[in-house]
Design a protein around this ligand. Structure first.
Ligand code: FES
Length: 188
């Protein structure tokens, strides 16, 4: 089975924890420089719509309407075109998400191997359903199409990492580890 989670957009999930509310609609010099670097491989900037979304999301955590307009103006491509790219590639977030996005595979093999049970367990640990973010702002749970590792179902992806052959204990460990990581970070 193929996956929508193309390798080149996986990096999108490792976004900054900067508060997007504080980011201006205009692109920063850093964002523009990165987009320009990507665009240098093509004849014109309009070819890098997905890359530009990915780059800006890395800094802001998600793509607001203002940000989408700013990218559209910078690349000189219609906002509607960028919107359809953002909608197709599920790793472009059009709403704020937590610092850790859990992609739980809900396709056939993972369903047979109990992804619903895992989803229920995530709910018990974090009180979130797909599309929701935990009260501490750390985790967002999203449903994903096949992640391409069906023989090791059930699987999920967190950050850039795949977790395979999961059961409830593995989910609990994973959540515990990530919570500790973020607690330690906030002490630094
Ligand atoms: S169904 Fe293929 S990885 Fe889940």
């Amino acid at each position: 089975m193929s996956s929508l989670l193309e390798p080149e957009v996986i990096e999108v999930m490792e976004h900054s924890s900067a508060n997007p509310e504080n980011m201006p609609g205009d692109l920063t010099a850093e964002e523009k420089a990165e987009i320009d670097r990507e665009a240098s491989h093509y004849e014109n900037k309009s070819a890098v719509g997905l890359e530009a979304l990915r780059i800006v999301q890395k800094y802001r955590g998600w793509i607001s309407d203002d940000t989408l307009q700013a990218i559209s103006a910078y690349l000189d491509v219609p906002a509607a075109q960028l919107e359809s790219v953002a909608t197709y590639f599920q790793l472009i977030f059009r709403q704020p998400v937590g610092r850790e996005v859990i992609y739980l595979c809900k396709s056939a093999s993972c369903w047979i191997k109990g992804c619903d049970r895992l989803q229920q367990h995530i709910y018990e640990c974090l009180k979130i359903e797909p599309g929701q973010t935990s009260a501490d702002g750390i985790f967002t749970l999203l449903e994903a199409p096949c992640l391409g590792d069906c023989d090791k179902a059930p699987v999920l992806m967190l950050g850039e990492e795949m977790f395979r052959n999961l059961d409830e204990a593995a989910i609990e460990n994973l959540i515990k580890k990530k919570k500790k990581y973020h607690a330690d970070q906030s002490l630094d």
